[in-house]
Write a protein that binds this ligand. Structure first.
Ligand code: MSP
Length: 661
């Protein structure tokens, strides 16, 4: 089959069979700001949503926040605020971040919204109506994991912790139960008849093995918690947080409300995208609730892997979260979007580090993709008066390569093999580079001028590049727009047909501009960043007496060790920006004994002129360090709020040199 035919079939079959596409992410807890794991899930869902939209599908993309339950109640109490105050604050960080990383969701649901309340009560009502014996009051004892708010099977508990290392406690509860045990066989039959229900297959095997052990009834109310939806008929209980949370996927569509047109249009979900830790909730409990209520089941639960740090899952409870806000600020959202989809084999775990992200950024984006684009556009501009060449070409090596890789790419996108999808784009990119090297257009131009042969060669290179960028469009939407506009190609409706050869207009202005992905000096950047990180400890909260274990990685120090730090008040006498750095400011500070230079990464928030005359707190006995060529003799203390520095200051009357203890 020719590649046009494959693309045409692809498009046609989607129009016929996949006209709607409803994709959801897990809803994220609001006990903490989002980290790389949450960002990853939203990025992957966004890639799928964007890809389906350009296929012509009627896409609905839902994300949101999980705001009820003990986790949130406790986190709020710890902060001394009400649960809804905590939720209101954290949900804002989700909204901001989604915007910053270009997440094109159609809807964002919070479980504290009235529509969620309505949906949950309706699901409950339908279960009671169809299968009244499925919900009953009973007593249950077992190993309860507070962190996950769930009972853990006996065989998964060892030495007081579950398989993920969470503490469990033997607990007895008098609660309402859902007769999950009655669904064991129906669920197993469903997995047999729909082997694609859980993806990847290893996750399906785990789910089947879990259900085959026989399911125990599930407690679906809590009397120990106040923060939740009151249990129908017994307001001393609230509805179990997972029953509440899972229902978000239908309440967001208006399930149970007077207007359920969206529910009719989009349900069942095509993909519930979740991390592998919560596949069980989605592939066992959720379908059982829906079966009991007589609601159609989702089509597929996709379980992605974890981002790790030093081989441990990145999570708040392990105290090792990574929030690459700096990376997004400094290199743009597409650097992160590219890295997480290129580096991680979808479905598997992957270690995260800024270093590996920047290494990939330099090699793949700055060098391969960015340089090739700049080179080709510059040649076209130089040889053809600032325009794309006048003669197109429909028979050449690049065209053949494009026809080979595009169907492969589409298959990979369909199979959620994002890493392979990037690789196919890079196959074409490297063919473009070889093509340019062998044709030597610069030599041709010198010898024969901008003739028709040269026009074809340059047009081919630009056209193939256009296709590479269109392949990357769901992953790097912002940069793709920019690249296509530089190429003189249409930017607005990048549909699947844009993957076909021949879309680049002739004789159209191109734009030579600064690199889309400027190369980074990794060692220097990491040095600068490390310095900022030590200067702005994330622990802004005052120290509290605690019997809790110290999170891994933060060792306790003795009072003697602390006393070795020379903390003192200093006065800023002069300040200026370090050339070529957005963040670094070079200050001359008076320490009470001497005047010295200190460099600090505070330039995104403070202007040099606002700093002069200010009293700050410094670490005066730090070893000197060079930052972008400037020697820094000490460190200015600042708190860090989502990566933004806020200087620690003292009253203006405190003389420079005063010790801080
Ligand atoms: N609130 C529940 C989900 C309810 S869905 C009806 C929850 N929230 S969570 O905030 O803990 O996690 C949200 C999603 O982020 C989950 O799919 C989880 O697997 C994912 N991740 C959390 N940490 C992760 C990594 N370190 N790496 C990748 N994703 C992980 O669970």
């Amino acid at each position: 089959m020719t590649s046009e035919l494959i693309i045409a079939r692809h498009i046609e079959s989607r129009v016929l069979t996949m006209s709607k596409f409803y994709i959801t992410t897990a809803i994220h807890y609001v006990n903490d700001d989002p980290h790389i794991g949450h960002m990853y899930e939203n990025i992957v869902a966004d890639v799928m949503a964007r890809h389906r939209r350009r296929m012509g599908d009627d896409v609905r993309f839902l994300t949101g926040t999980d705001e009820h339950g003990q986790k949130i109640e406790r986190a709020a109490a710890k902060e001394g605020v009400s649960p809804i105050e905590l939720a209101d604050r954290v949900v804002k960080t989700h909204h901001d971040l989604d915007k910053r990383i270009n997440i094109s969701y159609d809807d964002f649901i919070r479980t504290t919204e009235p529509r969620q309340h309505i949906g949950v009560l309706e699901l409950f009502r339908r279960i009671q109506e169809r299968n009244p014996e499925d919900i009953y009051l009973g007593e249950h004892s077992g190993w309860y994991c507070q962190s996950e708010e769930t009972f853990v099977p006996e065989n998964q508990v060892k030495d007081g912790v579950d398989q993920d290392g969470h503490k469990v406690e033997w607990t007895t509860e008098r609660n309402y139960f859902f007769k999950l045990s009655a669904y064991t066989h129906r669920l197993l039959a469903h997995y047999r008849e729909h082997p694609g229900f859980v993806w990847p297959p290893t996750r399906l095997n785990e789910v089947v093995a879990f259900v085959e052990q026989g399911l125990k009834d599930l407690s679906i109310s809590r009397s120990s918690i106040k923060w939740g939806i009151p249990f129908p008929g017994n307001p001393d209980h609230v509805i179990y947080v997972w029953f509440d949370a899972l229902t978000n996927y239908i309440s967001a569509l208006g399930f149970g409300s007077a207007d359920d047109a969206m529910f009719q249009r989009y349900w069942p979900a095509d993909i519930h995208l979740v991390g592998k830790d919560i596949v069980r909730f989605h592939a066992v409990y959720w379908p059982a609730f829906l079966m009991a209520a007589g609601v159609e089941l989702p089509k597929r639960v996709v379980g992605h892997g974890f981002w790790l740090r030093d081989q441990l899952k990145i999570s708040k409870s392990l105290g090792n979260v990574v929030r690459p806000y700096n990376i997004i600020d400094d290199f743009g959202p597409d650097a992160l979007r590219y890295y997480v989809t290129r580096e991680m084999v979808f479905g598997q775990d992957q270690d995260y580090s800024d270093q590996s992200l920047l290494t990939r950024y330099n090699a793949d984006l700055a060098n391969d993709l960015g340089n090739t684009l700049s080179r080709a556009i510059t040649m076209s501009s130089n040889y053809f008066g600032g325009k794309t060449p006048p003669t197109p070409c429909d028979d050449n090596d690049l065209l053949r390569k494009a026809k080979e890789v595009v169907p492969e790419y589409l298959r990979n996108m369909d199979e959620l093999a994002f890493q392979r999808a990037h690789e196919t784009a890079w196959e074409l990119l490297s063919a473009i580079n070889s093509y340019i090297v062998t044709r030597e257009p610069w030599k041709h131009f010198k010898e024969k001028g901008a003739d028709e042969t040269l026009s074809r060669v340059i047009w081919n290179a630009l056209e193939a590049l256009r296709i590479v960028w269109v392949m990357e469009a769901p992953f790097m939407p912002g940069s793709t727009r920019e690249a296509l506009s530089r190429l003189g190609a249409p930017v607005d409706r990048i549909e699947t047909s844009a993957l076909e050869w021949g879309g680049l207009p002739v004789d159209t202005p191109v734009r030579v501009a600064d690199p889309i992905f400027p190369r980074v000096d990794i060692a220097q950047y990491m040095g600068e960043k490390r310095m900022e990180e030590t200067k702005q400890p994330e622990t802004a909260a005052p120290p509290v007496e605690t019997t809790q274990a110290v999170p891994p990685g933060i060792a306790k120090i003795s009072i003697d060790q602390f006393m070795e730090t020379d903390l003192r008040v200093a006065e800023i006498r002069a300040a200026e920006r370090v050339p070529k750095s957005k963040k670094l400011i070079k200050m001359s500070v008076f320490t009470g004994e001497d005047e010295r230079t200190i460099v600090a990464g505070i330039g995104t928030v403070y202007a040099p002129e606002d700093l002069v005359g200010r009293k700050v707190v410094i670490v005066a006995n730090l070893q000197p360090a060079k930052l972008m060529g400037v020697e820094s003799n000490g460190m200015v203390l600042a708190a860090s709020i989502n990566g933004e520095p806020s200087l620690v200051s003292v009253d203006a009357s405190v003389p420079a040199g005063t010790k801080v203890r």
